[in-house]
Design a protein around this ligand. Structure first.
Ligand SMILES: [Fe+2]
Length: 271
């Protein structure tokens, strides 16, 4: 029985400084969540996010996928250095098998066909500047229709949580992190807008531990209120469900910056 030693959610974009109004503030904010992940001292980071059509955009639509590899080379978009990071093959293969046994046929992504993009590698730069912390990318298709329903995402997240607690070895330390969001509209009407009111409502639910209110949303509501990019909050909710009951969350930052509701939280697990 492994232990979830940390649960986090964070946005995942970094732009060149010439686009930033307050680059130092955003950089420092990302650094704070990175320090908290490091303090949790994980054996593995399970990162729930979604490919941005860089690996899976060529006519392939995969709703859910587990990244299975000994190492991952960054795709290199958004200025992320093209370097390798360790994966965790044993954790990933076991997760893939556990999901299959429980009627979730997630695809398997291997490093020959998948180079994690900024959705994974921006947060990992702050989690682990030394490129030594094993991580497993878990892909959810939040960018290609049909996006899996929130209720289906919750079912899958519950299984991820069961896998960690029921299958993984005692003493293993697992951080679960969802990345993306919050509100943004990408290449559609509304591009550049940020829905601060909705973002703050989302953050307040996390802060008060009212994950049930978030689970009651529908994809259509999320899309309407926070844009196509805002659907990445699915990854945040999945992280909360997978990590286990959440008592509350600590809002690390919220910056409506770079056309996006940039934010991060640390979730506090119920004891
Ligand atoms: Fe994204």
């Amino acid at each position: 029985m492994a232990e979830v030693v940390g649960a986090f959610a964070v946005s995942h974009i970094m732009f060149n400084s010439f686009r930033a109004e307050e680059p130092e503030l955003v950089y420092e904010s990302y650094s704070e969540i990175g320090r908290r992940v490091q303090a949790a001292d994980p054996d593995v980071v399970l990162m729930i996010s979604g490919d941005h059509l860089l690996n899976l955009g060529g006519g392939i639509h995969i709703p859910f996928a587990v990244g299975v590899s000994d190492s991952w080379e960054a795709f290199g978009d958004m200025g992320v250095p093209v370097r390798e990071r360790p994966g965790h093959r044993d954790f990933a293969e076991g997760l893939s098998a556990f999901l299959a046994e429980n009627r979730v046929d997630a695809a398997r992504l291997e490093s020959e066909a998948f180079r994690p993009d900024h959705g994974y590698m921006c947060p990992m730069l702050f989690n682990d500047p030394d490129h030594e912390m094993p991580f497993v990318p878990f892909h959810v298709s939040g960018s290609l229709e049909p996006v899996p329903s929130l209720s289906r995402c919750i079912e899958v997240a519950e299984l991820i949580g069961r896998y960690v607690r029921e299958v993984r070895p005692a003493g293993e330390r697992v951080v679960i992190e969802g990345t993306g969001g919050l509100s943004h509209w990408l290449m559609m009407e509304g591009h550049g807008e940020v829905a601060e009111e909705f973002d703050n409502w989302v953050l307040e639910q996390f802060e008060s531990g009212n994950i049930a209110a978030l689970q009651a949303l529908t994809n259509a509501e999320i899309f309407e209120k926070s844009g196509n990019g805002g659907l990445e909050v699915l990854y945040w909710i999945m992280a909360a469900v997978a990590a286990g009951p959440i008592d509350s969350s600590d809002r690390i930052f919220y910056h409506p910056e770079w056309d996006t509701g940039l934010s991060a939280i640390e979730m506090k697990l119920a004891s």
